[in-house]
Design a protein around this ligand. Structure first.
Ligand SMILES: [Zn+2]
Length: 452
């Protein structure tokens, strides 16, 4: 990227995958579902799966520092090629010694290729054979991003896991557009496969195909044939109702190899993650924990609730009984509610700590139950106790419905929507700079505040 012309082809410089058999260890498969207990090996250490990856789009997991992330057990976090290439720019990150050194995070990083952002955030001028010409959402500069550029950016960032450059259409895109997106995704996966990598960098392929089972199979077979280090399921968390999201996952997983890690991009709510684990997914990322925290919404094993509400005014217990996060060990709901209501930064930090810890603890619980052979009963109890938001319930009742919430849904409920795309529906507070930045975490539909 950062050039309006495609990079010249590089001949024969592909950095092929290494000893793949050792890259992902499948430790145990659940006897009553497709759930898997495993371990992904990266150059910066192992990642036990199923795992949740906190999202650090702009070289930071919003409101949390690396020490806090390590203490709550985060093993791998996300960064984003599109955003980091625009700001601060690759020259800065190269001079800093790579993304890890720049942001003070020494554990594994997975980087998004930028395809999702280009197709959702930027103003596209033209889609070429080898990439996309578009204008920056920040300053309107004319840029070009394709498989070669995306892999070069990720090479400079020095991420441990790089994602191929793909096309992620809207969930309700017409069939012809979905087919073209799959064709481009496959072609670009070939090109990504041939690009040089950072030392020890893994590269994951991405399967598109929307809700079309045949397209999913076609794309999965073609991408798996390229023998990537892992496989992601894209084209989910882009506005589709929950039943279609599960259908897309179920249409893809059977065509992914058992001996490679599987990553569902941008998903999901806690109950959805449990269900996706049961469908054979190993890796997850989602902006929900930190994003809804900034609106004062907390995750619990029974669903979400708004700490700002009057009910918490004199509640001097923790956000959730039994939670071992720093916020719950030291502060009460009443205190955090007060901080939020007077716009003190510590309030949103404490809720961010709790929410991110909640997701990471959920994954620890899932892994423990998989190891003990009790995952199925855990799954049943967790999903039965977790109260979904009204919007999730609506999308279950009518799977053809679009995700845009009806106007009469209270704002706090909208913001605890299905997954990364949903949380972009609420209009941002124009005075909240952090909120605006997060609007660009992932894809979705223009304008900028409808991104993920
Ligand atoms: Zn807590």
């Amino acid at each position: 990227m950062i050039a309006c012309q495609p990079m010249p082809p590089q001949n024969g410089c592909g950095n092929r995958t290494g000893s793949l058999a050792a890259m992902f260890h499948l430790i145990r498969t659940d006897s009553e579902s497709r759930a898997r207990l495993g371990r992904l090996m990266t150059s910066r250490g192992p990642v036990d799966t199923p795992a949740f990856m906190p999202v650090g789009t702009q070289a930071t997991v919003k409101a949390l520092d690396p020490r806090e992330l390590r203490e709550m057990g985060a093993k791998v976090i996300l960064g984003n090629s599109y955003h980091l290439a625009i700001r601060p720019g690759l020259d800065v990150i190269r001079a800093a010694g790579g993304l890890h050194a720049f942001m003070g995070w020494t554990d594994p990083i997975l980087t998004d290729s930028g395809g999702f952002q280009v197709f959702s955030l930027a103003k596209i001028r033209k889609v070429h054979m080898h990439g996309v010409e578009f204008r920056s959402h920040v300053d309107g500069a004319l840029l070009f991003l394709g498989p070669r550029e995306a892999m070069e950016i990720q090479r400079v960032l020095g991420s441990d896991i790089a994602m191929v450059f793909d096309e992620c259409p809207a969930h309700n895109a017409p069939p012809k557009e979905q087919r073209l997106a799959v064709e481009r995704t496959i072609r670009w996966a070939h090109e990504c496969r041939e690009q040089p990598r950072a030392p020890g960098q893994l590269v994951f392929g991405i399967v598109q195909g929307g809700a079309d089972a045949q397209l999913r199979e076609q794309c999965a077979r073609a991408v798996v044939a390229l023998d990537f280090d892992g496989y992601a399921i894209g084209g989910v968390s882009v506005g589709e109702p929950e039943p279609l999201m599960f259908a897309a996952i179920e249409a893809t997983v059977p065509f992914l190899p058992e001996n490679k890690v599987r990553y569902a991009m941008g998903l999901g709510t806690p109950a959805q993650i449990v269900e996706l684990v049961a469908r054979g997914v190993d890796l997850f990322d989602c902006v929900l924990p930190t994003r809804v925290a900034r609106n004062g919404t907390a995750f619990t094993s029974k669903g979400t609730f708004a700490i700002k509400g009057g009910a918490c005014k004199t509640q001097f217990g923790p956000i959730e009984d039994g939670c071992t996060c720093f916020a719950c060990r030291h502060f009460s709901r009443a205190y955090i509610r007060h901080l939020l209501n007077v716009n003190e930064i510590l309030g949103l930090r404490l809720v961010s700590i709790h929410n991110t810890h909640f997701y990471l603890q959920l994954m620890r619980d899932i892994r423990a139950h998989l190891a003990a052979g009790t995952f199925s009963s855990f799954r049943r109890d967790f999903v039965a106790n977790y109260v979904p938001t009204r919007l999730v319930l609506e999308s279950r009742a009518d799977p053809r419905s679009t995700r845009k919430p009806s106007p009469n849904i209270p704002k706090p409920l909208r913001q605890v929507d299905l997954h990364r795309g949903c949380e972009k529906w609420p209009e941002p507070d124009p005075t909240d700079q952090a909120d605006q930045a997060d609007q660009t975490d992932h894809a979705g539909t223009a304008p900028e505040d409808r991104i993920t």
